[in-house]
Design a binder for this molecule. Structure first.
Ligand code: ARG
Ligand code: GLU
Length: 717
């Protein structure tokens, strides 16, 4: 009796303490699972939201989740009309826009606006995913798991439970079930999903609007980009998902977003609803130090090297610039993100903060009579130490041996093709023409001189950064220059880089082809690296990675039990989340304050005629000169972008920003540089998400584009 009273008192004290600590910590992670209404009510009340939790998500009736889709697996989109119109980012629709572009119809350059349903363009392979229902299945998934099980036993039990649940959870024939771990496997949720596969391109602004500022402005504020594009979902006659068919009709949504042209003010509440990809907020201090001190510098160094190579060619030659612009942008995007991340971790004192938190956890545990966390942290430290070499090796391979090295990409294509042929030599004739076409297309979009220069740079980096243990001996740079040159000559005329050689190699039968491969010295060298990746690096990486997940699971579980008053939001894992924030500027450095709004005046200020990043369409300059802003004018200009404190990450691109009434006021597309460390440590003082003001979207469509049909559809007038 007395014992339990004492425990009760400790619990109360713990609760009060955790609430006071919440003033720092609760704000860090705030990507909420939409079905966890308990968490909302607190947030909603605080922010005077005029929505019920059940407006945001309900399994019973149409709610806002029915208006949000994961867009093509990686971005977010939202339904903004009763006829299935989807708004997302320009950079999310870019692949489709580029695929439909030709020299006569250059939609990337000039933009595209379908004038009728018949002109909307299908995109094979593209899909969007709705989440209809979210179910906590923790109990079911963990059924049969016992504390004495090792990781493999646990895995086999949870896998079995998950497979069973996928069959037994009630769902319709056209729905799918996906089940994902949260909090490193302390919780599991099931998602009842619908995938629509007939998605047509409806509209896009010219790139000079959609990518205005390109790499220079990327991850930066002040920003002036119209990063949006429009698609439409098509369904079968019963409004169900269907493969593309000319007979399909525009999808009729259960719920779509009402667009508000009232705008936002500083301090206004915003709700960002979408599919954040990955965050790791609960890592211990030493892991954050390892990522920023050991892993990021290598990734940054390799990407910088590749960007310098590309830059030299692109500056000298316009054709090369065109060919490599999107490769450059892709490599530069995360190069810049990791640099910002390292800077932000340092500036925010994140590592010291996390240490402080670990001490807090240990102290709390001691108070409640526990004694396990110190050991877990120690084991975790040892596991991350063991992970370091294979993780570095894996990153060096991915960067220098893949992402920044086109010749290695072709070698990997060849490797996959070789395996297909080995498995089914009788299919050789069928397989080979597809493969040949695929390679020819890739080669046509690239340039041998650039690829060779990248190869040489990445070869250096492989030698420089690859941990000794994982270095394939064939990649050693020969001391003598002529054998070094001979190697790159061999690569330039390898069976996977030279279309004549490939064509010839494919002419004989399967056996002949496999023989040619065996004797290609460049391919042998490439295989050495690929084999070391699959046979040595990956298994070591997986082993220690799994160990860290297992230990993080128990660290996370202890933290959650020790701080029961804390509202724990799980790390992003690609599932639907809602996050609350407000419109707010920030201080990027001492003495400087950034306003949270940008306008068309700033777009014009940045204008550089003929520049690939800052050029503008003539027509926009005209509109500006005549102040022809129509109903989109605010204080003699047009609002363009704004900042908020919503906690977002990659995957939130294209997410709607809603006001307190649940109406669409903005379109999320980026974060500010000083705050990109929010994937590891969310600091409310400098982490900001960047949105396009919905009025800029409408202004561009209405005044610059030829899209009054769509503006009417959206505003329903
Ligand atoms: N930084 C934004 C996001 O991850 C936009 C990326 C597209 N823009 C670019 N210039 N690469 O990812
Ligand atoms: N641009 C990112 C994306 O493509 C979103 C910005 C971010 O990472 O916050 O998802």
């Amino acid at each position: 009796m007395i014992e339990s009273f004492r425990r009760f008192k400790i619990l109360i004290a713990a609760y009060i303490l955790s609430v006071s600590y919440v003033s720092v910590w609760a704000q860090h992670v705030r990507m909420w699972v939409p079905s966890e209404t308990g968490d909302y009510y607190y947030q909603l009340k605080e922010n005077n939201v005029r929505l019920q939790a059940s407006d945001l998500y309900s399994a019973e009736r149409p709610s806002l989740n029915d208006a949000i889709v994961q867009f093509n697996g990686g971005c977010t989109g939202e339904i903004i009309s009763p006829r299935g119109l989807v708004l997302t980012n320009h950079h999310c629709g870019y692949g489709a826009i580029a695929a439909h572009s030709t020299l006569e119809h250059n939609y990337v350059e000039d933009g595209f606006w379908a004038q009728s349903q018949a002109e909307e363009l299908p995109n094979p392979g593209m899909y969007v995913t709705f989440v209809r229902k979210i179910i906590d299945v923790t109990g079911e998934v963990l059924q049969g798991v016992t504390p004495d099980m090792d990781a493999r036993q646990r895995q086999s039990v949870t896998d079995r439970n998950i497979n069973r649940l996928k069959k037994t959870l009630p769902h319709e024939a056209w729905q799918d079930i996906s089940i994902k771990p949260f909090f490193y496997g302390n919780k599991y949720y099931a998602f009842v999903e619908e995938n629509y596969r007939d998605i047509r391109l409806v509209g896009a602004p010219p790139s000079s609007i959609g990518k205005f500022g390109a790499d220079t402005d990327n991850w930066m504020w002040p920003r002036h980009s119209g990063d949006f594009s429009l698609f439409r979902i098509y369904a079968d006659k019963n409004n169900r998902p269907a493969e593309y068919s000319p007979d399909n009709v525009p999808y009729r949504p259960d719920r779509y977003l009402k667009v508000s042209t009232e705008g936002v003010h500083e301090g206004d509440m915003i709700i960002v609803y979408g599919f954040p990809g990955r965050t790791q907020e609960y890592l211990p201090s030493f892991r954050v130090a390892q990522i920023t001190g050991k892993i990021n510098p290598v990734r940054i160094g390799i990407r910088r090297h590749a960007l310098d190579v590309l830059d030299k060619f692109m500056r000298r030659n316009d054709t090369l610039k065109l060919k490599y612009t999107s490769t450059y942008a892709r490599i530069a995007n995360y190069w810049k993100k990791w640099k910002g991340e390292n800077m932000g971790i340092r500036r925010s004192g994140a590592i010291a903060e996390k240490k402080h938190w670990e001490e807090e956890v240990l102290r709390r545990e001691a108070e409640t009579g526990g004694h396990e966390v110190a050991d877990i942290l120690q084991e975790l430290k040892a596991a991350y130490d063991s992970l370091e070499a294979p993780e570095l090796a894996r990153n060096v391979f991915i960067e220098a041996g893949y992402v920044d090295n086109p010749w290695m990409q072709y070698a990997l294509d060849m490797y996959r093709f070789e395996r297909q042929v080995q498995r089914r030599p009788e299919k050789f004739d069928e397989l080979k023409s597809d493969f040949y076409e695929q390679m020819k297309n890739k080669w046509a979009k690239s340039d041998a001189r650039v690829n060779r220069a990248l190869f040489l740079a990445m070869w250096q980096d492989l030698n420089r950064y690859m941990p000794e243990k994982y270095k394939p001996s064939s990649w050693e740079i020969p001391a003598n220059k002529s054998s070094h040159d001979k190697v790159s000559d061999n690569w330039q005329h390898a069976v996977f880089t030279d279309s004549l050689r490939l064509k010839k190699a494919l002419e004989g039968g399967a056996e002949n082809f496999l023989n040619v491969l065996k004797n290609d010295s460049a391919y042998k060298m490439a295989r050495g690296l690929i084999d070391s990746f699959y046979n040595d690096i990956s298994p070591d990486y997986a082993r220690w990675q799994n160990k860290t997940v297992e230990l993080m699971r128990s660290y996370q579980s202890h933290m959650m039990k020790l701080f029961p008053g804390f509202r724990w939001a799980p790390d992003a894992n690609g599932t639907l989340r809602v996050t609350f924030g407000e419109v707010r500027g920030y201080e990027p450095r001492d003495g400087v304050y950034y306003e949270p709004f940008s306008t068309l005046d700033g777009v014009i200020e940045k204008y550089i005629p003929g520049d690939y990043e800052f050029d503008l369409p003539e027509k926009l300059l005209d509109i500006y000169k005549h102040k022809d802003f129509g109903k989109y004018a605010v204080n003699g200009t047009v609002p363009v972008n704004f900042l908020g404190t919503a906690h977002t990450t990659g995957g939130n691109s294209g997410s709607p920003a809603l006001n307190a009434k649940g109406e669409l006021v903005g379109l999320n597309f980026d974060r500010v540089w000083e705050g990109t460390m929010s994937d590891l440590y969310y600091d409310p003082s400098i982490c900001r998400n960047i949105m396009v003001d919905i009025r800029y979207v409408l202004f561009i469509m209405d005044k610059l584009g030829d899209a009054s049909r769509l503006v009417h559809e959206i505003l329903q007038n």
